[in-house]
Design a protein around this ligand. Structure first.
Ligand code: PMP
Ligand code: GLN
Length: 379
């Protein structure tokens, strides 16, 4: 078989989680919560599985979930997507991103990718014979360099991948970022694939500006979201795509042959769960405590960092302590200190190694404290 992705190996999340398990390390590498979901949500899943809601759902998702998701969008982002034509429930944001890229990218089309970037974007672009054009985020806080984005746009640009709150840096787009993007692509045939999986995880009073909330961008954007991230159930692989009717129609043509639909009883459970807005409005406060605890503890180690503004990740620099590569450090930390992390060079097309590692702080306090204790021995 001639590989269609010869440059791709096993994703770093699988590699590091396995290493963590083998070394019996605290796993702060792959991003997943170390605590359970709300028992109310679990009871709802039991109610709907036992109640017989176990066959295929409609291809676009059950109406109740599309409807409550549209209402949530109205409440949090100020606009109401049409539940029939603009909302699709899918098997995780990964599927949403893949289907959105597949809907718009043709052979030779250029797709702007701001890096460091989540690792599923490039394979989706490559499988569609698109050409990723990488634009580095600013060093330091990982904000967007809009001049560089402008310079990267060409007549072949078909799409731009954006991600806020950003994995791995935690940078949260400001309204000015959103406006600058709108201005740059005005009257151009460029679509936006907006990965907003950490929409509810922002800190220090910052709020998430969905690209869908911008009337002009909404017309060209696929907003990709994930219930897994918001409700501590990453293993459920359920997410959504919000896009204008014409884009949704093309998106669904692909979704219907990638997965057709996603897990029915969980859609019913989420639809009922989302009826109480506090269940998502309280997420920032919940994670702020963890971000604060982790940042406070990290300040007592030799690592250097800027506190994360969003997502459940915290970056830290170690270049002043050691010259070994970030991959080697991640391996050494996992096996010797028994704390696993992600080396962020993997999120760069050229594997640029700025000696930065990523921790996931979506863990119970006791686990975070034990990890921080171990990290104090890093020197
Ligand atoms: N995008 C980003 C930035 C992520 O961190 C993740 C993490 N899982 C995903 C997409 C995928 O989300 P899902 O698990 O819903 O497919
Ligand atoms: N999004 C998660 C992370 O960044 C991992 C998801 C996965 O393992 N595919 O860690």
């Amino acid at each position: 078989l001639i590989s269609k992705l010869p440059h791709i190996g096993t994703t770093i999340f699988t590699v590091m989680s396995k290493m963590a398990t083998d070394a019996e390390a605290i796993n702060l590498s792959q991003g997943f919560p170390g605590f359970g979901a709300d028992p109310i949500l679990l009871d709802l899943v039991a109610k709907y599985t036992k109640g017989g809601f176990n066959q295929y759902s409609p291809m676009s998702g059950i109406p109740a979930l599309r409807s409550i998701l549209a209402e949530k969008t109205k409440l949090t982002q100020g606009y109401l997507p049409d539940q029939e034509t603009e909302v699709t429930i899918v098997s995780g944001a990964t599927e949403a991103i893949f289907c959105a890229v597949t809907a718009v990218v043709r052979e030779g089309d250029e797709v702007i990718v701001l890096e460091p970037a989540y690792d599923s974007y490039e394979p989706a672009i490559s499988l569609n014979k698109g050409v990723p054009i990488y634009v580095p985020l600013n060093s330091g806080n990982f904000s967007v360099d809009w001049e560089k984005v402008k310079d990267a746009i060409s007549p072949k640009t078909r799409a731009i991948m954006v991600n806020s709150p950003h994995n791995p840096s935690g940078y949260v787009w400001t309204l000015s970022d959103v406006n600058q993007l709108a201005e740059l692509i005005r009257e151009k045939n460029i679509y936006v694939i907006s990965d907003e999986v950490y929409e509810h995880i922002t800190f220090d009073g910052k709020t998430h500006c969905s690209l869908g909330a911008h009337p002009e961008l909404r017309e060209k954007t696929f907003v990709c979201g994930s219930f897994g991230k918001s409700f501590h159930v990453t293993g459920w692989k359920i997410g959504y795509c919000l896009a204008p009717a014409a884009l949704t129609s093309e998106f669904r043509k692909i979704h219907q042959y990638v997965t057709f639909s996603t897990v029915t009883p969980i859609q019913f459970a989420l639809a009922e769960y989302l009826e109480v807005p506090d269940r998502y409005l309280s997420i920032p406060e919940f994670y702020q405590k963890k971000r604060d605890l982790f940042a406070k503890g990290l300040a007592e180690t030799e690592l250097e960092f800027i506190p994360s503004s969003g997502s459940f990740f915290q970056l830290a620099s170690y270049g002043h302590l050691s010259k070994i590569s970030d991959r080697e450090l991640a391996e050494k930390m996992t096996k010797e200190l028994r704390v696993a992390c992600i080396p962020i060079s993997v999120f760069y097309s050229d594997k640029k190694d700025d000696k930065i590692i990523r921790f996931c702080f979506a863990k119970e306090e006791a686990e975070l404290e034990e990890a921080l204790n171990r990290l104090k021995n890093l020197s």
